[in-house]
Design a protein around this ligand. Structure first.
Ligand code: PLP
Length: 385
């Protein structure tokens, strides 16, 4: 016990994985817990990795990532976001989006710095801020359909003064909400006027259904750190491939922390990523079509069962408000669903303020599994009425 760092001791392990582990041993459980695409990595991307192995790509590479990959990222962002990054010093290849976000907070935040985090959001955000000694200010968006409004942003800035950074995730895990261009422009102006560094987590940018993805980096490239990767777009969660794009002075500092943390990213995964970004632009389109059908199916079924849902614009989650007659305790509700309906979902409070009373359902699962899950939830709820 005395050997452990006090701050690490004080934090809890990932609430999502924690709950997932807790229920995983239940026999016959239909698991809709993790943000894990059920698709396979596209064949041409796998082939590029196999070729990399044959070519003996098995050495330490540059800490920032292979130049060929940084060029592919820069070209991809230029084509999709209309923003020009220099592959030499404005792109950093990371061990997934997770390391990208952690390297950012660990290299930029000082104790006492204030960071705005619109919630509910991916639970990783909380420990990576608090471990630096910075203050994580959760901004509950549940009253506004799970989007941060310019009015709310301004009032938080007025209330807290001197905010250094905002972590904004769109499309959002767990709510699926995205931000349309006009809203991002209004939020961006306030953030710009107040000199607040924007960390834009665009991990799900390829998976938007009813609107075009727009990036804050397009308007404020100097003041934005764009985080994305291939985990969701190319179903490559296990390959651990992410990236950060931003101004050279910031990337230069994050680069140091990244080097200490991981040295460099897996050589072969980088070969695969070059192929995915250069020649696999259509891969996410096929995934997206499937996800959209599943979203419509799950939203429809859940609404019929009495759950209230702000229709997700993207990603692959449904964030559903538990009907009032079943109480507000999302943890126990999710536990009951697992034990009695044999369906695994994540309690909303894992995602911070505003998540209480909700559950997150991941629909990155086969049609058959989703059908079964919805039937079982319905059967279970019918027994409660
Ligand atoms: N950001 C968000 C919003 C996520 O949902 C996830 C993964 O679930 C990540 C970042 C981390 O991505 P990666 O698996 O590439 O580390």
């Amino acid at each position: 016990e005395n050997y452990v760092n006090n701050d690490v001791k004080a934090i809890r392990p990932s609430a999502i994985r924690d709950f997932d582990m807790k229920i995983s041993s239940i026999p016959g459980l239909v698991k809709l817990t993790l943000g894990e695409p059920d698709f396979n990595v596209p064949e041409h991307v796998k082939e590029a990795a196999v070729q990399g192995i044959r070519d003996n790509d098995s050495h330490y590479g540059p800490a920032a990532g292979k130049l060929e990959l940084r060029k592919a990222v820069a070209k991809y962002l230029a084509d999709t976001r209309n923003v020009d990054y220099n592959p030499e010093d404005e792109i950093l290849i990371t061990n997934g989006g997770t390391e990208a976000l952690t390297a950012i907070t660990f290299s930029l935040l000082n104790p006492g710095d204030k960071v705005l985090v619109p919630t509910p959001v991916f639970s990783l955000y909380f420990p990576i801020i608090t471990l630096t000694g910075a203050e994580c200010i959760q901004v509950d968006t549940s009253d506004d359909g799970f989007v941060l409004t310019p009015e709310k942003l301004q009032s938080e800035i007025d209330k807290h003064g001197d905010v250094k950074m905002i972590l904004l995730n769109y499309p959002c895990n767990p709510t699926g909400r995205a931000y349309p261009e006009d809203l991002l422009r209004r939020l961006g102006k306030i953030l710009h006027d107040n000199n607040i560094l924007i960390v834009a987590d665009e991990m799900y940018s390829e998976l938007t259904y009813d609107q075009e993805h727009f990036s804050l980096a397009t308007i404020y490239p100097e003041q934005t750190l764009l985080v994305s990767g291939l985990s969701k777009s190319h179903a490559m969660t296990g390959w651990r491939l992410g990236y950060i794009a931003g101004s050279a002075p910031l990337i230069g500092e994050i680069y140091k922390m990244h080097g200490f943390m991981v040295t460099c990213v897996n050589d072969i995964a980088q070969d695969a990523a070059v192929e995915a970004l250069n020649n696999g632009r259509e891969d996410p389109v096929a995934f997206r079509k499937e996800y959209q059908k599943r979203r419509d199916f799950v939203v429809d079924r859940m609404e019929k069962m009495g759950f209230d849902i702000a229709t997700p614009d993207g990603a692959f989650y449904v964030f559903a408000k538990i009907p009032a007659q079943f109480g507000k305790d999302d943890f126990n509700f999710a536990l009951d669903l697992a034990k009695k309906a044999k369906v695994g979902v994540i309690p909303g409070s894992a995602f911070g303020a505003g998540g209480e009373g909700y559950i997150r359902i991941s629909y990155a699962a086969s049609d058959e599994k989703l059908q079964k899950a919805m039937d079982q939830i319905k059967q279970y709820l019918d027994t409660l009425d």
